[in-house]
Design a protein. Structure first.
Length: 221
């Protein structure tokens, strides 16, 4: 993302520089040396500032940003504020602050008469970069929130599924226990039923034999 943004504003500044040089071409009304040198110097200054801040040398990045910030603090002129705003809006260094940079760039562009057309173009380009960066970050936060929400929903679904699975297992165990009790009751009923179905003849024979064996003989007279 940083590389893409860096390429974007470097290409934009190259276009600004080319446009600035074309606008300084000699014509019949203006001498070639009247404003060419100052404008080119300004463009080179801003491009050099951005190149230093978007480089890989962390020490150089810190030193350059500190110098720009110090100049703006000591003398908050329009150009110093513009340089500070551009530094803040430039991605790739530790002091990158697109929110503050965007605000200062908008304030600067609200008074276009205080800066020349090339500085307006640079300020507009950096404002677009800062704005696009903020929109991208907002979209990333939205997507992250959506993913987190769906992850929580899935997690809740998983927990509900786990709870339902455990409940089903408990019900199955209770059902098995109840079935075992029912089988035991059936076995007892079967045993009682078998005992109560002894043949009738066997019972009667037994009842007749008992009195005959215990009958008292008649008394003789």
């Amino acid at each position: 993302m940083k590389l893409m943004v860096r390429q974007l504003f470097m290409m934009s500044f190259a276009c600004v520089a080319i446009t600035g040089c074309e606008s300084l071409a000699p014509n019949k009304a203006v001498a070639p040396t009247t404003i060419a040198a100052p404008i080119n110097s300004v463009l080179n200054d801003y491009i050099g500032l951005l190149a230093a801040l978007s480089g890989t040398d962390k020490v150089q990045q810190s030193d350059v940003f500190y110098a720009v910030e110090k100049a703006q603090t000591q003398a908050p002129t329009t150009l110093n504020v513009l340089r500070y705003a551009i530094a803040l809006a430039c991605p790739g260094h530790p002091n990158f602050d697109p929110v503050k940079g965007k605000r200062l760039l908008e304030q600067t562009l609200a008074n276009p008469e205080r800066i020349n057309s090339d500085e307006q173009a640079i300020a507009t380009t950096m404002l677009n970069i800062a704005d696009q960066w903020l929109k991208t970050q907002a979209e990333m936060r939205r997507l992250t929130a959506t993913v987190d929400d769906r992850t929580r929903t899935q997690s809740n679904s998983d927990r509900r599924f786990q709870a339902q699975t455990e409940e089903i297992l408990k019900l199955r165990k209770a059902l098995d226990a109840a079935q075992q009790k029912l089988d035991a009751i059936r076995d007892i009923e079967k045993s009682i039923s078998e005992r109560s179905t002894t043949p009738t003849g066997t019972r009667e024979s037994g009842s007749r034999d008992t009195p005959s064996q215990t009958q008292t003989p008649p008394v003789s007279r």
